[in-house]
Design a protein around this ligand. Sequence first.
Ligand SMILES: Cc1cc2nc3c(=O)[nH]c(=O)nc-3n(C[C@H](O)[C@H](O)[C@H](O)COP(=O)(O)O)c2cc1C
Length: 337
Amino acid sequence: MLSQYLLQNLTIKNRTINNRIVLAPMAGLGHIALRQLISEFGGFGLLFTGMCSAKTVPHENSNTSLVFNWRQEELKYLVCQIFGSDPDTMVHAAQRIEKESFFGVDLNFGCSVAAICKKGCGAALLKHPSLASKIVKSVRESVSIPVFVKFRTGWDNNPQFAVDMAKRFEDAGADALTFHPRIAPDRRSRPPQWEVIKLVRQAVTIPVFGNGNIFQAKDGIKMIDQTSCQGLSVGRMAVARPWIFAQWTKGFSPGDDIFYTTAMRMTVILEMHYDDHFAVKMFKKFAPYFCANFKFGHQILKKLIRAQTMKDIRQNIDSIFKFTPEILSRPNQNLFL
Ligand SMILES: Cc1cc2nc3c(=O)[nH]c(=O)nc-3n(C[C@H](O)[C@H](O)[C@H](O)COP(=O)(O)O)c2cc1C
């Protein structure tokens, strides 16, 4: 059973978690409000922030930052992800993250968005293996919290490259890897190659979290069976159904009103952390994933996001759920951007 596997202890450097399923880092989605919503359901081992710029982290004011912010009570299971291309800059950011008492720091070597790669960050570092190793080594030597690395297959369809990078990261001192088996030019519409997770897993002794297209419990079971990865990293499905971790590990059984109450709760939590304008903006980013749950998701989405204020959004939710929309067991991936 999935829960039996996920509820085994896993040691990452000097810290042990008792649940092996984690929220993947997602800029614009995995913010403080979504994390609070997920935390209210529980059932996960760790949560990852969306990527934060290593240049700004050292002097960022967490009371006013829209990205580098957290609730005190989540720090014990929160990993902060950073992107950057300069070892010293990454070190300074990691030191701030340790000082703030995060569980760990995650180095982003996987983002393939042009704006990030143009600056030599994210997946662009996979074109410079020595520099990537140097960053891991420098960060490892400068903090005592666990150091995670998230990366992808690379730029060419060459699994051996991913295997070599995994070994390099382990040699440089990484404590755990999250591996997304797609090449950088791939869009998310192409299926990830889970067999490469297996190769990466076999190449190192540190824990490997497998990531990519886990939408249902049976996908999680399949990934574990096919790859022997030590943990699962789930992104978009946890946005669509923030209770998914609780359902898969704690036996949480969602009631008929779960979609309505969760959408409403999301509006309330967003308002706790952001002003109305930004809360609306963040709700609109969340909305496509939420609407992917429904048969006529595109139409529902259109109706849901026709809004200027959070009050409009709540009215839209009320109106949409007057008649319960038909729910899909597997979300409509066309709405998963
Ligand atoms: C909107 C969005 C933002 C993302 N931002 C990040 C990020 O900041 N850092 C990162 O390492 N990966 C990021 N990712 C990639 C996810 O962590 C994950 O690898 C990807 O969504 C595949 O996992 P999934 O199929 O479970 O969603 C992002 C993905 C999405 C959809």
